[in-house]
Design a binder for this molecule. Structure first.
Ligand code: ZN
Ligand code: ZN
Length: 241
C-alpha cells in the first residue's frame, strides 16, 4: 500500500468511528450518545406531548394543537409523531443534512428514530418516504426522506416501499402560507402504477412537518387508493407556545 494511503485510511477511520462517540452532534459537548442529555431535553422534549394530528409539540395541557382543534390541520393522517422541536441546533442539523450534503448524519440518529416510532405508532406493512421530484433529486443527489425511511426499514425489518411519485416540481413550501401550500401541492403526488394498497397500514416519512400540507396531501392520495391507516414520522415539528 502506498505510504500516503495508510494515514488517509486511519484518518477516515477516526472520522467514521472514534470521533463519533465523543461529542454531541448539536452542541459539541462531550457525550457518549450522539446527542447529549441536555440537547435531548431541549429539542426532543420527551415529556412534552405531540398533537396527534400534526405532530406539533404541545406540552401536556391540551389534546390537540390550536390549529387542529379549530379544524385547519391535516385530516388524512391517523397519527403524527415528531422526534423533536424544529428549532435551534436541531433545525441546523436537519438543514446541514439537506442543504450541505450530509445525509450520513442521519445514521447516527437511528436509535432515537426507532424509539420514537416504535413507542408511539402501531407496526406497519411498509415504510414510505415522501418522494422528491427527479429535478430536485438530480440537484441534491439524495432524498433525505428516503434515507430516513431506509434507516427505519433496515433497522426494524419493515418493507421500504416507494408507493408515491411526485409529478410536479413545485416551488419550495417554506416561502408559502398554509392555503398557498395546499394549493401548491394539488395534484403533485400520484400512486405508482400497479401497486396494491388495499387495507395497508403505512408509516409515511418526511423530514419536517410544518402545516402538514405535504404529509396530508400524500396521505389523501394513498387513502383514496385503498390504504387503511397512515402514521407519519418526521424529525422536526413546530411547538405551541
Ligand atoms: Zn448537546
Ligand atoms: Zn395539530
Amino acid at each position: 500500500m502506498k505510504s500516503e494511503v495508510v494515514p488517509m485510511i486511519k484518518k477516515l477511520g477516526s472520522l467514521l468511528w472514534y470521533d463519533q462517540e465523543e461529542s454531541c452532534l448539536l452542541c459539541s459537548a462531550k457525550s457518549v450518545e450522539p446527542i447529549c442529555s441536555g440537547c435531548r431535553e431541549e429539542y426532543f422534549q420527551p415529556r412534552s406531548s405531540r398533537c396527534p394530528s400534526c405532530g406539533k409539540l404541545i406540552g401536556n395541557l391540551s389534546e390537540r394543537c390550536k390549529d387542529c382543534s379549530s379544524g385547519i390541520g391535516p385530516k388524512t393522517l391517523d397519527k403524527v409523531v415528531s422526534l423533536g422541536y424544529y428549532g435551534g441546533a436541531w433545525r441546523d442539523l436537519i438543514c446541514n443534512v439537506k442543504y450541505k450534503g450530509q445525509p450520513y448524519l442521519l445514521l447516527r440518529l437511528s436509535d432515537y428514530m426507532i424509539s420514537c416510532t416504535v413507542n408511539n405508532l402501531p407496526p406497519p406493512d411498509a415504510v414510505v418516504p415522501i418522494p422528491m421530484h427527479p429535478n430536485k433529486l438530480a440537484e441534491r443527489g439524495f432524498n433525505q426522506t428516503e434515507v430516513l425511511a431506509s434507516i427505519l426499514s433496515g433497522k426494524l425489518g419493515i418493507q421500504l416501499r416507494h408507493y408515491l411519485i411526485r409529478t410536479k416540481d413545485t416551488a419550495p413550501q417554506t416561502s408559502l402560507g398554509r392555503n398557498e401550500r395546499i394549493q401548491n401541492l394539488r395534484g403533485v403526488f400520484q400512486v405508482k402504477e400497479g401497486v396494491k394498497l388495499k387495507d395497508k397500514i403505512i408509516w409515511l416519512v418526511d423530514d419536517v412537518i410544518t402545516t402538514g400540507a405535504t404529509l396530508g396531501e400524500s396521505a389523501k392520495i394513498l387513502k383514496e387508493n385503498g390504504v387503511k391507516e397512515i402514521y407519519a414520522f418526521c424529525l422536526g415539528a413546530g411547538k405551541e407556545e
